[in-house]
Ligand binder design. Sequence first.
Ligand SMILES: Nc1ncnc2c1ncn2[C@@H]1O[C@H](COP(=O)(O)OP(=O)(O)OP(=O)(O)O)[C@@H](O)[C@H]1O
Length: 365
Amino acid sequence: MATVPDDTTTDAARTRQEERAAQASKAPPRQAPAAEALAARGDQFSSQPVIWCEDLVRIYSTEGVEVQALQGLNLVVDAGDVVALVGASGSGKSTLLGILSGLDKPTGGRARVAGVDLLTMSRAQRVDYQRHTVGFVWQQTSRNLLPFLTAAENIALPMVISGRAERAARVGELLGLLGIGDLGARRPAELSGGQQQRVAIATALANTPAVLLADEPTGELDDASSAQVLDTMRQAAGELGTTVLVVTHDPTVSDHVRRTVAIRDGRTSTEVLRYVVTDADGTVRQIAKEYTVIDRAGRIQLPKAHVEALGLRDRVRIEKETEHVQVWPDDEHERRSGDEPVPAQGEADETMQREISAATQDEER
Ligand SMILES: Nc1ncnc2c1ncn2[C@@H]1O[C@H](COP(=O)(O)OP(=O)(O)OP(=O)(O)O)[C@@H](O)[C@H]1O
C-alpha cells in the first residue's frame, strides 16, 4: 500500500504534532525572510509571491528537432525565501533560470517576477528588469567579474550603469555584508574562488534586486568555501530582504536553505521543507519533510521508487481517508488475469446478483 502524502513514512501523527507545535510557537524556519528587511524594501508585492510560474513551457527547436525543456512547470516562491533548485542533468533548471533572468523567453505558460510579466515585457522593460529586478551569479567565477577592475569597482559597476548615487557607501555596506570588507582593493585574480563568488554576489545585489538568481554558484569551490559562500549569500539576502533561487547539483546546499524544489522532466516534482522546532526541554531540532507537488488540476507524480517497489502501473485505486488519501495497486488487474474468462458487463451483474443471493441464503440458514 502506498500512502500520500509522504509524511506517513515516519510517525505521521507525531510529525503533524511537531509541525503544529512549530506553527503555534511561531518557531521561524531556519532561513525565515527578515520581516523588517522586507518591510524596509517597501515592495508593493512583498505580500505576494515574488516568483510565480504557471504551466511554463520552453521548446527548443534546432535543425528540425524539438526539445521540450520545460513541460508545464509550476513554481511559487514567496518574498524573502531562499530556495534551492535541484534535478538531474537536462531536467530544465538552467532553462528556468534563463527565463527568470530575462535572458530567454518561454514558449508558453505564464511567469511573473516581482510583478513583472516575463512574457509580455518590451525590450526596454527587459533591460530595466535585468538591471533592477534580478541579480545573477554564474558558476564560472571568471564570468561574474571584470578582471581589470577591483572588487569594489566591480560591485560599483551596476550602480554606475543605472546612475545610482552614494555608491561608495553602498559598496562598503555590501563588502561588509559578504564578509570581505578588507578585499575591496584587490582584483579578481588576487582573490580565492570563494572570495570571488562573494564579490560576485555583492555585485549582483548592488542595485537591490528583488530576486537573486544563482546557477551553480559553488560548482567550482571546495566544500568549506561552498558552505561559506552559501551562508554569506543567505545572510546578505536575509538582511536585504532579497528572494534567492539557487540552482545546484551540490547536495550539501540543501542544508543551507529552507526549501529545496526538485525538477524532473521539465516540471517541479517534489519539495523538501525544513523547519526548526524547539522541544519542551529546550532541545532545538531541524525537521525535513518531503512533499510531492500537486498541480492545479490535482495531478501528482508518485515517487519513482514507490512506483517500482509496489509495481504500480496503468491505473491505481485512490481512497480518501479523513486527513489523507491512499493509493492502492490495481488488484483488479491481478484478479482478472487468472484462468477464468472475464464476464461481459450484463453477465457480471448477473453473476454478482447470484453471489449476493447465495450469501443471503447462507446467512438465513
Ligand atoms: N539552446 C538550446 N538548444 C536546444 N536544446 C537545449 C538548449 N538549451 C537546453 N537544451 C535542452 O533542454 C533540456 C534542458 O536543459 P537545461 O540546460 O535546462 O537542463 P539542466 O537541468 O540545467 O541541466 P544541467 O544540470 O546539466 O545544467 C536538455 O535536454 C537540453 O539538451
